[in-house]
Design a protein around this ligand. Structure first.
Ligand SMILES: N=[N+]=NCCCCNC(=O)[C@@H]1[C@H]2[C@H](O)[C@@H](O)[C@H](O)[C@@H](CO)[C@@H]12
Length: 449
């Protein structure tokens, strides 16, 4: 590839991403069991405006229309997640065939339109019945998850050739067990490391199971956020090392290197357990790819008040920020891909999420949504990804987050990440300018950047 050539490798997989609870609606339809998010959103005060995923984008009923829209946009791939409690209402035991059939039909419809499915087994919506048994704090969850994964592998493997075990274990632990902003809403220094470890053991158990029943590819999706020291001071440098270990190394080091970063004990102190070697062997299953979710960076300073990592984010006055207060920093994607390449011996990577929430203008009379900021965000980040590929990173695909405006967890519907606008009152879908732009990028394999 020459300097100005932005075409991507042949067969580069261009698509979009969503997750079950954020778009499907009908969370209890056809025998599905409740998830911890069903409980969380119906607990007053835990989501902005009391928003819930009861309807969301009504994708559970409009899925054919949505697949047709992906095909009309020329998308080649689609990353979605399976709601565990649709398939196993109690999280384990009896399979709900109607729940499984929803995903089987979705996969067949995608394939019929020439769209490659990438399937995430867990995207935060843990079955409530398992949470009642301790959820990610119960060591038994490793085999509960592997048994659920086994059901999905046997039902869909072959039609689905790209599996991801977990989506963003960091967010599950940091949001759900340390700070409590996300389901199940715990706030515990002692629970967080246990949740992390059991998430990683469950991941390892599912990958191990896949190696005995599956024939294609399986990986782990992590959100990585590069940390840049705010100054050369020892305190800021140390805080940056802690923040990097906590958000980035804490998940990939155990999987690729068989150990946690040494900074973890410094961060958690007495709350950081010692785990048996057998656990590390289970976690360290060989992966076929890393799924990278990239959104932003952090310029990091020492912050003794910022429990427990003691690292703070320094606002960059000259930067553009998204509606979720994330700095737009495309270089961070190039740097993160270089870090993966160098630290973990250049594993295959799919960018499984990249996108931004901006304040979009309303749908105009002519049907346009002129989301210029999102077009610019995509252009710059796809360019940053290309720079990493030119430097040797083995990046194999890019899934823009998100296909649709959707339920943004505790922020509800207030934040719009979609390439396609959703009118929640009518459920009308309207491709934004960013969708039209992305269609051209996909059709030209990156040349029309
Ligand atoms: N602070 N800070 N820095 C950035 C940390 C990002 C952590 N959140 C994510 O990555 C979530 C991921 C999730 O998969 C999806 O379900 C969410 O809708 C998107 C958008 O929020 C992203």
């Amino acid at each position: 590839m020459t300097q100005h050539d932005t075409t991507f490798p042949e067969h580069f997989l261009w698509g979009t991403a969503t997750s079950a609870y954020q778009i499907e609606g009908s969370p209890l339809a056809d025998g599905a069991g409740p998830s911890i998010w069903e409980r969380f959103v119906h607990t007053p005060g835990l989501t902005i405006g009391g928003d819930t995923g009861d309807v969301a984008c009504d994708h559970y009923r409009r899925w054919r229309e949505d697949v047709r829209m992906m095909a009309d946009l020329g998308l080649r791939a689609y990353r979605f997640s399976v709601a565990w409690a649709r398939v196993l209402p109690e999280g384990r035991g009896t399979v709900n065939t109607k729940g499984l059939d929803f995903y089987s039909r979705l996969v067949d419809e995608l394939l019929a339109h020439g769209i490659t499915p990438l399937t995430t087994l867990f995207h935060w919506d843990l079955p409530a019945a398992l949470d009642d048994r301790g959820g990610w704090l119960n060591p038994d969850i490793a085999h509960w998850f592997a048994d659920y994964a086994d059901v999905m592998f046997k039902a869909l493997d072959g039609r689905v050739r790209h599996w991801a075990t977990l989506n963003e274990p960091w967010v599950v632990t940091d949001g759900g067990y340390l700070h409590g902003a996300l389901a199940p809403g715990h706030r515990s220094l002692y629970e967080a490391p246990i949740a992390t470890h059991h998430l990683l053991r469950a991941h390892g158990a599912a990958v191990q199971r896949y190696r005995s029943v599956g024939k294609h590819q399986i990986g782990l999706v992590v959100n990585l956020e590069p940390k840049y020291a705010a100054s050369d001071s020892a305190a800021d440098q140390a805080a940056t090392r802690r923040a990097h270990a906590y958000m980035n190394g804490q998940y990939l080091d155990p999987v690729f290197l068989g150990r946690y970063p040494e900074e973890m004990r410094e961060i958690f102190g007495a709350a950081w357990p010692e785990w048996p070697a057998a656990d590390h062997e289970l976690i360290k299953q060989k992966l076929d790819f890393i799924g990278l979710n990239y959104y932003t960076r952090s310029v990091t300073r020492d912050a003794p008040e910022a429990w427990p990592v003691r690292a703070g984010r320094v606002i960059q006055p000259q930067a553009t920020y998204t509606e979720t207060s994330w700095e737009v920093f495309p270089q961070g994607l190039t740097d993160t891909l270089a870090w993966i390449r160098e630290r973990y011996a250049n594993p295959p990577v799919y960018i499984t999420e990249n996108g931004a929430a901006f304040y979009d203008p309303p749908v105009a009379e002519n049907g346009r949504v002129a989301d210029a900021l999102r077009v610019d965000y995509l252009r710059k980040h796809i360019g940053a990804m290309h720079a990493a590929i030119a430097a040797g990173s083995d990046v194999r695909g890019y899934m823009a987050w998100s296909l649709l405006d959707n339920f943004e967890w505790s922020l509800g519907f207030a934040k719009r990440f979609g390439l396609v606008h959703i009118n929640y009152a009518t459920q009308q879908r309207t491709p934004k300018d960013s969708a039209r732009y992305y269609s051209r990028v996909v059709a030209s394999n990156g040349a029309a950047l």
